[in-house]
Design a protein around this ligand. Sequence first.
Ligand SMILES: [Zn+2]
Length: 404
Amino acid sequence: MTELLLKAGRLFDGVSERLLENAYVAIDGGVIASLGRQAELEGGEGSFGRVLDLGPRATLLPGLINMHTHMSFSSGAAVLADHQRESVETKLIRSVENLKTALRTGVTTVRDCGTVNEIAFAMRAAVDDGTLVAPRIIASGAGVTTTGGHLWFCGVEADSEVEVRRAVRAQAKAGADFIKVFATGGNTTPGTNPLAAQYTEAEMRALTEEARRLHLPTASHAHGSPGVHHSIAARVTTVEHCTFLTADGVRYEPEQSRIMAGEGIYVCPTIFQGASKFAHLDDPEIPPAQRDFLRLQQARFELVNRLVDAGVRIVSGSDAGVAYNEFGDYPGDLILSVEGTGLSPAYILKSATGVAAEALGREDLGVLAPGKAADVLAVQGNPLEDIRALLDVRAVVARGRVVH
Ligand SMILES: [Zn+2]
């Protein structure tokens, strides 16, 4: 007896832009056993423990991967102040709620890019052993930053080539799935400089060399151009934000983009959904640092298009947890990505499924095919025609269990 059968009008597998019509997915032991056209289903529905028929208008697609989250962050106007005021227990409870919220929207995997080790790794273990029903977690734990640097309050501070090597070793020992590094300052941490590099090129190279020795991918937060340059020179796995920011705004750099495309460095641009929560940029409730960031949004949409044209592979992540950016917003973020950049829904959906899994080095995720993890989202409508279909969730299956 096979455990679960899903049926729907169509299926997007996370790779091909051609939909499979009248599709089924058979699931057993947390893995996709088979999929195809319903007419080809062998043995009939009687051989399944449970049948979920989502109807002719529904589309099955791989569970979404949010490539950039901070699970314990408050999404409030002052994330640092909240973090300092709250106990570790409060932050842990919020992490549970944040990830459960994400799961309901169809996110079945998060790559967490900076949360204190004791929360990030305890949450990951609870999901892995089934104690907590939430998206699977791929976690950096504490990010590597300079003394007082960006996200120091949930980071490991390191100020030289020797210290960054030591920080990588410490995070590997603690159980990190990848190493997060802060190549520039950021808006969440007052007193840091987003325009300037926090680390020299030599320090960044030392960090990635040490991570590669330990078989750990690297993700580098970089807004200002010097930090982007150092990240690319050090051959990080993914550049987060990749804003190419200068004192005069966003300034695209074709040569750097050519290197990223050639070296297979992914960019996670974190298109910022928080913008839609404010009617006007002069809304007095927007903190000044956030307002500056939102003003750049159109330039960042154009930047993403130029990166795509240069052959750089884009993955989607929302930066959930930072100011005004909630864990339930990721589908909205993907919608904004399509509407803001003009890229096709298929391109953006792949950046949150098949291509994201590729960037993670996780062949078992992000794709609907036999043998892959049974992480499946069902939405009403055709998201390849209208990305807003993501907002009408019909079912979420995580590791073969119907969780929503
Ligand atoms: Zn972040």
